[in-house]
Design a protein around this ligand. Sequence first.
Ligand code: ARG
Length: 616
Amino acid sequence: MAKALSEILADDVRAALTAVLGDAARGADPLIRPSDHADFQANGVLPLAKAVKGNPRELATRVAAVLAPAAGAAADAAGSAEAGTAAGAEDAEAAAETVPTSGVIAAVEVAGPGFLNLTLTAAALAAQAAERLGDPRLGVPPTAVGRTTVIDYSQPNIAKEMHVGHLRSTVIGDALVRLLEFDGRTVLRQNHLGDWGTQFGMLIQYLVEHPEARPARAEHSGEAAISWLTTLYRDARVLFESDTEFADRARKRVVTLQGGDEESLAAWREMVAESKRYFEDVYARLDVRLVDADAVGESFYNPYLAEVAADLEKRGVAVWSEGALCVFFEDIKGPDGDPVPLIVRKSDGGFGYAATDLAAVRYRVNTLKADQILYVVDSRQALHFRMVFEAARRAGYLPADVEAVHVQFGSVLGTDGKPFKTRAGKTVRLIELLDNAVDHAVATVEEKNPGLPAADTRAEAKVVGIGAVKYADLSTSRTKDYIFDLDRMVSLHGNTSVYLQYAHARIHSILRKLPAGTEVRVHGELALEPAERKLALHLDDFGATVAAVIENFEPHRLASYLYALAQTFSDFYENCPVLKAPTDAVRENRAALVELTGETLKLGLALLGISAPDQL
Ligand code: ARG
């Protein structure tokens, strides 16, 4: 497994800083950054010089001499007026003998107030590319083997259409699952379905009284299932609000359901099963990893609620207030200045959303053994999760070594900048939205590939259209709102999945055109053109990008990386002929960079849940 060059440089510079400054440099970050003047620059000398009250340029010069005593440093030090004193130079030389460096540095130059410009050897760039090429992980090591993440995402509600918020949760959650698994973690998917609550009394009662509400034949399409359920929901609600006797029967039904009455449970199960049919259709179309076994809905925690409430009370975490069992927080107050409680048990004795989430935390820690729990939920629930996490910490359900994160996201807006709705102001039906995306993509595929048979166009449009919906979501910073604009999403230009999918397909078409017998391999002895160098460096940064994405749960950074990669590749391909390369060695070496770019695009998109066919 290959460390990134930036990490190798960080190790080298850290060692050199320690050689020059001793203990004062321990733990200092060398701040390796991309540079316009060299391959990288190290900015870490400045803060260190300040800390030891030294002259930054002088310190930089001494560090440079340790890093590359034979190379640019010497020349630069000699040419620089304030270059190290004789003593400094001696120190550096003495240190140089004792500091083992990786040997990837070709030249070091002291710049500005004390930056180090670092240039790598061509051999180092070649060795990195060679190690990544052909490895399914592209040389990126897994860092979290043995750790367990529970991820709560998608979470649609029974007998209701999924809305775009559920789409976001599903798409972001799916990308995080893939990324965390790639990092070696065990990832337990939990689809926290809204399958419990008082509304089921109303729904079941209506279904019992109106058996004809069901479709005549057993309908197996998800679309048909959700269609009759939404009608049922609407009709039951109308009756509940207009007919007080029905409302009474509905309330009694909640009690019989919770008491385990078989007739009620059967109707409930029927609605759950029908809804799942619809959810599964959506998941299949979206090509996400969620399966039936991941559905662990709110109802699952029902048997634990009374016990959790009693336990919270016993521990003094929850107290009775106005008939309800509540948890209070110092710093959480409403607009009137009164504390806002987390309600564990309502004054009517019922348990709600918060109780379920507290029971879920306990289960995820104790039974599922999570050391990280992620909740991919709309940012409007931020306060709820803050309170749940805090209450769970106080109760000891969430030990200090278990991380709980509300991975929040913003809203989806229409092209008018308002919440995404149909023209009539209704929730947009997800299946329709996905169909629309595929329809839109047909035009893109036709533009790119006019003569393609209709069936093939349709098949490609599916890949392009679904990828576009996911990518549009994942490529904007998670916490921001974004505008759902199909025309932009399926555009061949700009930061879209279509652009990346075509870049990937183009790479495969280049590889197919290589003269017979061309070996795709890295030649370490070749000097690289600037555009080749830039591409090699960008490719080397894949693992560090993935690590940063995982650290902050920010898939959009991977999207930006891939977009920049496709652009860097374009630049390379314009400036460095591959098929018409000057020599066989240059062609083989360039072909290796082409192939590695293709593999990186493919893996990167796969980690976002987007497929990249070899031919489009
Ligand atoms: N079903 C809820 C909704 O549609 C989201 C559930 C989020 N997960 C959780 N553990 N509370 O808004």
